[in-house]
Design a binder for this molecule. Structure first.
Ligand code: G3P
Length: 216
């Protein structure tokens, strides 16, 4: 399996509105040139616009457990599917859910043919999640390292290895990833890929950084 790079756009100025489309197009260009598997994860408000401009997988940053109906402000999996999106992040530490809702969100995603990447802040949480459901990927991201300058691969190599052993589905890791050596180390430690946000989005040259993250 080729390593996976998930670019979480969050809601940075540099990655929303018209910038969301140009960033996604840049990711698609790197995907073509480097033969890299890249998933883009734009803000909810930019999903449709991005979807209509790129062919690489587009995921939402969150999905709700409700079906379509009288649910104000919710994001049903059925609608994401209808808008030709490919999957969703679930339980990102900036949008955490109780365990029961994580399980139901994974069920909803599967029911509507969406891939599910479930984020987990700790190994204990990874084990708990996998006892109750089988997402397509687990993404291990210690919240205290997110958006910082210390890569998870430098700060917690032992925990990544432990997470890879605990994982019965492919493991991704993220937080503070900015350079090719971080990705190489993640793969060596047993990850199937990485998640990145600020390392690419806030870089002075996002395309150059993303190219460098494609280490294979
Ligand atoms: O979902 C990826 C994200 O939380 C990692 O953020 O800014 O540390 O790359 P960042």
């Amino acid at each position: 399996m080729k390593p996976l790079i998930v670019v979480n756009f969050k809601v940075y100025t540099e990655s929303t509105g018209k910038n969301a489309v140009s960033l996604a197009q840049m990711c698609e260009k790197v995907h073509r040139e480097k033969k890299a598997d890249i998933i883009v994860v734009p803000s909810l408000l930019d999903l449709q616009h991005v979807r209509s401009h790129v062919k690489i997988p587009v995921f939402s940053q969150h999905v709700d457990i409700q079906d379509q109906g009288a649910f104000t402000g919710h994001i049903p999996a059925a609608l994401l599917h209808e808008h030709k999106l490919d999957g969703s992040l679930i339980n990102h530490s900036e949008h955490p859910l109780p365990l029961q809702q994580i399980v139901l969100a994974v069920q909803q995603a599967k029911k509507h043919k969406l891939k599910a990447i479930v984020c987990a802040p700790t190994i204990t949480m990874i084990r708990e999640i996998l006892l109750h459901c089988k997402p397509d990927y687990i993404a291990y991201e210690p919240p205290e390292l997110i958006g910082g300058n210390i890569s998870i691969t430098d700060a917690e190599p032992d925990l990544i290895e432990e997470a890879a052993e605990a994982c019965t589905v492919p493991l991704l890791c993220g937080a503070g990833i900015k350079k090719s050596s971080d990705v190489k180390k993640a793969l060596e430690l047993g990850c199937a890929g990485i998640l990145v946000a600020s390392g690419v989005i806030k870089a002075s040259n996002p395309e150059k950084v993303l190219r460098e993250l494609c280490v294979w």
